[in-house]
Each structure stands twice: as structure tokens, then as C-alpha cells.
Design a protein. Sequence first.
Length: 279
Amino acid sequence: MSSFDVSNLFNVSGKVVLVTGGSRGIGKMIATGFVKNGAKVYISSRSPKDCEVTAKELNALGPGQCVTIPADLQKVQEVERLAKELSSKEKVLHVLVNNAGAAWGSTIEEYPDDAWTKVLTLNLQRVFTLTQKCLPLLRAAAEAGGVTDEVYHDPARIINIGSVEGLGVPNHETYAYSASKAALHHLSRNLGGRLGWEGIHSNTIACGPFESKMMAHTLKTTGHLILAEIPARRIGTPEDVAGTALFLASRAGSYVNGATITLDGGHLARMPIAAHAKL
């Protein structure tokens, strides 16, 4: 076997990254990982104030940079504005992290119709819309990474934040959320198969329980029961999800395309599939 360089496997310094829902939760964890490893990270969320607070915090950490472009991704016009503003600032986008999402829990008898519209729009449709609008920047990044004999040396990356609830049937009633994440996983594979030829790789991180605003109530009320089902005996940490994203965005993960990485400490292996079981 010929020698190969392992000294630069996880380097993302200088890369341009967009993280939706990047002002808090898993999005903030990922944005922090990229900034601390020298990337220029754009974060977006509905709240300009939350974006500014997070950007100030991350810029103090360095050595990378955090820039805000607030946007309400439920609205297609806002997606278009976000992509246009990013294009006015950057010539390339090396990494697009589709993290923004919504959840809704209710009984099957009372589950409202507008919950489906809200959750599927943000968790699924807008992932496609934003990816579509960012294609020129992603293609430019792939070309900038170098191409030899139609092989892209440093592909652009799409990282979609999925969920174990899209892989197994959860034991609580979040019908639209779990369905949207299952669809997102398949959309990500579809994008990988279609765009991989152009040097744009698409993968999914299917997250288990992490400390976030979305999970706060569940962890507070039933956290002990969740931990009892995780072989790793803990919930996810910022290092876990940031490290996985850095792997996918770096040379170390450049041969990964169309994959769904389960990041849950073994939770899925223990997830009950009886729909009537409740925490």
C-alpha cells in the first residue's frame, strides 16, 4: 500500500458553511465545531436577536468566524432571500447544514391538520428549497476543490439533520415529525445520487436524544426512562454531533455519500416499536 497523509484528514479551515437553525440546540453545536476549527460559518434562524447572541459568542471563541443571516424558512420568499444574500457575500458554499426543524406532539385523535403543514414544510420541503437555491454556490465550491478526470477532490457537502424517529417507530405521538424525518433521510439519499456526479455529496445525521430546547421538556419529565434505553448510558453531547459533522465535511468523510449515520449511543437498537407504548 502506498503511503498516504493522515495529518489533514479533519481540516475544515477556511471553508464556508451555512447552518440553518444555527442559533441554538444542535445547530449551534455544529456551528461551534466549525468555527472552532477555522471555518467561516453563516447561521440562520427566525430570531435576529438569537442569531446575534450566538454569533457574538462564537466569534469570541474563534479562530473561525460566525456571520448571521436571520430568516424564517417556513416562507419560500425568505429562503430565496437567504440564498441571495449569501450569494452576495460568498462565491462558494462548501457545506450546507440543513438543521432547522419543528416538532409537534398530539394524540392521533386530536392531531391538527396544520401541524402536518408546518412540520413537513420546514423539516422537508424547505430543505429541498434551500438546497435548490444554494446549488450554484455548492457547484462552485466543488469546482474550486479541484477536478481530475471528472473526480472531485474536495466535494461540496450537504449535511441533513435527521432523527432516529425517522428510522424506528417512536413510543410517543409525533406523527408529522417522525414522518418528515423518514422522508428527509430518503430525500438526502436522492440528492446524493443525483448531485454526487457534480461533486456535491449529501448525507444525513440521524440524531438520538441531545440537550436542546426541543428536547428540554421530554428530558426533564422522562429523561430517566430515555437513559434506561441507551446502551451508552448518556445522551448526546455537542462534541458528538459537531465531530460527526466535521468528519462529513472534511477529507475524512469525502467518500461518504448518500449515507444516514445514526448518532444515538445505541438508542435505536433498543427503541420499542409498539405504537401503543407510552412514556
